[in-house]
Design a binder for this molecule. Sequence first.
Ligand SMILES: *[C@@H]1O[C@H](CO)[C@@H](O)[C@H](O)[C@H]1NC(C)=O
Ligand SMILES: *[C@@H]1O[C@H](CO)[C@@H](O)[C@H](O)[C@H]1NC(C)=O
Ligand SMILES: *[C@@H]1O[C@H](CO)[C@@H](O)[C@H](O)[C@H]1NC(C)=O
Ligand SMILES: *[C@@H]1O[C@H](CO)[C@@H](O)[C@H](O)[C@H]1NC(C)=O
Length: 401
Amino acid sequence: MNKLLCCALVFLDVSIKWTTQETFPPKYLHYDPETSRQLMCDKCPPGTYLKQHCTARWKTVCAPCPDNYYTDTWHTSDECLYCNSVCKELQYVKQNCNRTQNLVCECEEGRYLEVEFCLKHRSCPPGFGVLQAGTPERNTVCKRCPDGFFSNETSSKAPCRKHTNCSALGLLLTQKGNAMHDNVCSGNSESTHKCGIDVTLCEEAFFRFAVPTKFTPNWLSVLVDNLPGTKVNAESLERIKRRHNSQEQTFQLLKLWKHQNKDQDMVKKIIQDIDLCENSVQKHIGHTNLTFEQLCSLMESLPGKKVMTEDIERTMKACKSNEQLLKLLSLWRIKNGDQDTLKGLMHALKHLKTYHFPKTVTQSLKKTIRFLHSFTMYRLYQKLFLEMIGNQVQSVKVSCL
Ligand SMILES: *[C@@H]1O[C@H](CO)[C@@H](O)[C@H](O)[C@H]1NC(C)=O
Ligand SMILES: *[C@@H]1O[C@H](CO)[C@@H](O)[C@H](O)[C@H]1NC(C)=O
Ligand SMILES: *[C@@H]1O[C@H](CO)[C@@H](O)[C@H](O)[C@H]1NC(C)=O
Ligand SMILES: *[C@@H]1O[C@H](CO)[C@@H](O)[C@H](O)[C@H]1NC(C)=O
């Protein structure tokens, strides 16, 4: 039974296709009283009505629809249809009536037609985003935001948005997002206001021995290969090379290596020593509350390229008073490529006398220099490090210190 019905439908379908395909313009059967014969007459096209059936001698006569009337198909009707004159509530006229089409109405922006009424498009609540925006015919389709996406608004337009990639922006992820909230990164506006001393005086003093007197092009790679523990990867190495000049590259590399190996005993000891050093430096010069003029004089008396007054102003805004001098010294070092901050400071001290500098400050500076010079384990590490690296260069395998 089913099979029969199915075959019959297929047959019907085929036959309809066959007739419509074969005849254009479309035709209809008409009994012609004059000749008493069945004739195949042309149908009338959209925009017209049938004025006279065809005869054996004449074709079908179609005439244009009058104003406010239309026909929109090939047909055999002897009259046109009357156009609607107005749209429903909350609809606007999309296309006016003409001879080939009725007045076309559409729901206003933000609404869709449901049976007879123009209803508001659904808004997707927080946690859901728009998968398909609503159209005049269809409501909005919402979908729950998948992992890694969020929507924090009620909206009929907004799709789920990707969580901000903090690390790609060089920021820290401080609060992981969910379907309703974005990731929260830290560092952006904060860190530009934060003082941010990158390599401290103590780190400089500690790692200075590793800065060679003459740089070879592959120096940094040699250092990477010979440092024990977790290796600094090639990507980070490239980033350091791109961002820093040669002396600074060594500091940055050792700083990163220290961070990556902070759980190894040898590195733990180094970190402790550096922390002790930082405390000591703070004790000596952390309380020297220098005025803008004094900071300017001090910077002026350092050799080489000068730190600009704008940088001093900016530093005074961004840094606490106990960090200002240290920050400026690190700016000076970066500006002066291969200078040693301690040597610079000693040079400055000789010249500061002419600036009537407070004696307590010059004394604190002297103490700091002396302390850093005698930085307890500094020379010992220096020896160990150089031996290690030296051995490696001579391809003697050293597993770890
Ligand atoms: C009626 O309007 C439609 C849409 O603008 C257009 O495509 C069609 O050609 C018009 N018909 C006539 C007869 O002007
Ligand atoms: C964030 O960006 C980093 C670097 O561009 C990329 O490696 C990482 O896959 C990204 N994370 C996500 C969750 O897209
Ligand atoms: C939604 O999240 C964006 C991006 O984090 C934020 O800029 C916006 O203020 C948030 N909007 C609301 C209503 O919380
Ligand atoms: C530093 O000195 C300035 C003015 O001389 C003063 O206003 C400020 O409170 C001082 N800060 C500290 C931490 O002593």
